[in-house]
Design a protein. Structure first.
Length: 260
């Protein structure tokens, strides 16, 4: 199995290397990641400037790693089309510092890095570590092990899905994890609070949506991680609202007869 590993926290992220090391126990690994942090860029890719591709020293024997001066989506496209000279069987993105849950997945570089591969039908996994503060010690080992086992099930053919698997793992000791749940995406998330001085934004931080407590529904990704479960949400990026097409048709046909 040929596995492309990427992230949005940058090539120096410890989570990236922990994930890559776990993937070496599953198949052949290539690491292609941004040369600096690209959190919050969503599915964006570079159009109007050149992209530098630089091979970097790998801490994993026999594994090639590249730093890209672009977005996570750039990394996946370049990895698939130019750096991996065989067909890619699996894309894994992470391990992100901080959760990617609820409505926030749309702006997540970690999750949306999988979009190019998802469109091609390549199995894809995004994984994030749920942290409560920026000061807490990070333990990526269990999250990497969860993805390793998912990848093995995909390799064996036991887990056949055209969805992106969005994995969120609480940053707590393994013995405190209550279980692993298949979840749905919550309809809330985090809000960005900005601090502005004069005409310049100087920083921002994230806080839970104020509606969070009233919308914490059992079975959602947010409910799971806040109750010490690993959350695995299958994502499918279909953007057409099919249920509305039929209801729109009479109005649109009438408008067409008027205008044409």
């Amino acid at each position: 199995m040929n596995i492309l590993v990427t992230n949005d926290d940058g090539i120096d992220s410890k989570g990236l290397w922990a994930l890559a090391q776990a993937m070496t126990r599953v198949g052949n690994v290539l690491i292609v990641a941004p040369d600096k942090e690209q959190s919050g860029v969503g599915a964006s890719f570079t159009l109007h400037s050149g992209i530098n591709i630089a091979e970097v020293t790998s801490t994993l024997p026999g594994i090639c790693a590249y730093a890209i001066s672009g977005t996570p989506s750039d990394c996946v496209l370049i990895g698939m089309r130019h750096l991996f000279h065989e067909n890619i069987d699996l894309i894994v993105s992470g391990i992100n510092r901080g959760p990617n849950i609820g409505v926030d997945i749309h702006s997540s570089g970690t999750v949306m890095a999988t979009l190019p591969s998802h469109r091609l039908g390549i199995p894809s996994i995004a994984v994030s570590l749920y942290t409560k503060t920026r000061e807490e010690e990070l333990n990526f080992d269990f999250a990497a092990e969860v993805v390793e086992n998912l990848a093995l099930e995909i390799k064996k053919g036991n887990l056949k899905t055209d969805a992106v698997l969005n994995v969120n793992v609480p940053n707590i000791p393994r013995k405190k994890i209550k279980g692993i749940l298949t979840t749905r995406t919550a309809d809330t998330g985090y809000v960005k609070l900005f601090k502005v001085q004069g005409n310049k934004m100087v920083n921002y931080h994230l806080e839970l949506d104020e509606l969070f407590n009233d919308r914490l529904e059992e079975g959602t990704d947010i409910w799971a991680i806040h109750n010490d479960y690993v959350s695995i949400t299958p994502l499918h990026f279909e953007v057409t609202h099919h249920d509305v097409i039929r209801s729109m048709e009479p109005c649109i046909q009438k408008m067409g007869k008027k205008l044409l």
